[in-house]
Design a protein around this ligand. Structure first.
Ligand code: PAF
Length: 282
């Protein structure tokens, strides 16, 4: 069947209800567009799971801070439609901001402080409130059985898992591994902002994370020592400004002193004007 582009909220719900009547399960891939191979992997996974696959493209204003890149966030709709179609989407849902947030909109979803106050939440106040609010709204608009999220935004993934569990949402959150460029840089729509000098430095973030994972694999258990190994690699590239580099429990995101099963290293750096995040399992 041909991929459809749908803008209206009642229209998308009609399409998913028809697919469900036809025996299909619904898979939602929420995105802000500027689709790359990481997004394609999410769409392919949903389609490969046999889902009627809805890709939402909505640059959500409520998750951007006042000094962030909302205005210049890339919006290449035509190429996004091509990527979504090639990856197997059934519907691309592009709601209008005025329909998602009509005048008077004032209901917000806050996922508990511990998961959202630290790490990206500390440098982007209100970000996860905007994410949780739009994701719950998208779930209500498209009634998915499964929703697919990239592991690159690891804190976001944990916030959405918690939201789904705490509010008894009847769907499965499916994590999909990070897709990387050949040199290790995690795919991100914001990589487009990197100058060629910054692009050459960017893969060192993943090199630092790999150094930490290698230390863990060599049986180092002290989180402080592992962190120092990664910090040395980052410090070798003076263009990086570290936002955070932490070893945390992979579920609660609480900082760890000693490695335990499920430990992760999460990192955010600034490079020129661009903020990069990445993570690795230790
Ligand atoms: O990861 C993203 O692209 C966004 O945060 C999401 C989940 C689509 C919500 O706007």
């Amino acid at each position: 069947m041909q991929m459809q582009r749908i803008e209206g909220i009642t229209d998308v719900l009609r399409a998913v209800k028809a697919a469900r009547r036809g025996g299909r399960r619904i898979g939602l891939v929420p995105t802000m567009g500027a689709l790359h191979r990481g997004h394609a992997a999410l769409i392919e996974r949903a389609a490969g799971d046999g889902c009627f696959t809805v890709v939402s493209i909505f640059v959500n204003p409520t998750q951007f801070g006042p000094n962030e890149d909302l205005a210049r966030y890339p919006r290449p709709l035509e190429s996004d439609l091509q990527v979504a179609m090639a990856a197997g989407a059934d519907v691309v849902f592009t709601p209008a901001t005025a329909e998602v947030y009509p005048p008077g909109f004032d209901t917000w979803v806050e996922v508990g402080g511990e998961l959202t106050a630290r790490l990206c939440g500390a440098s982007r106040p209100g970000h996860f409130r905007g994410v949780a609010t739009i994701v719950l709204k998208l779930f209500n608009m498209t009634e998915p059985d499964r929703a697919y999220f990239g592991e690159k935004d690891y804190q976001q993934l944990q916030v959405i898992r918690r939201l789904t569990r705490d509010l008894d949402l009847p769907l499965e959150v499916v994590p999909v591994p990070t897709v990387r460029e050949e040199d290790g840089l995690a795919m991100s729509s914001r990589n487009k902002y990197l100058s060629s000098e910054a692009r050459a430095v960017a893969p060192w973030l993943y090199k630092a994370l790999k150094t930490a994972a290698e230390a863990a694999a060599a049986s180092e258990r002290n989180a402080g020592i592992i962190r120092r190994h990664a910090l040395e690699v980052i410090a070798s590239q003076p263009a990086f400004q570290i936002d955070y580099l932490e070893i945390v429990d992979g579920d609660s995101l609480r900082p760890l002193d000693e490695l335990q099963p499920g430990a992760m290293m999460l990192a955010a750096v600034r490079l020129g004007g661009t903020r990069l995040i990445d993570n690795i399992r230790l």
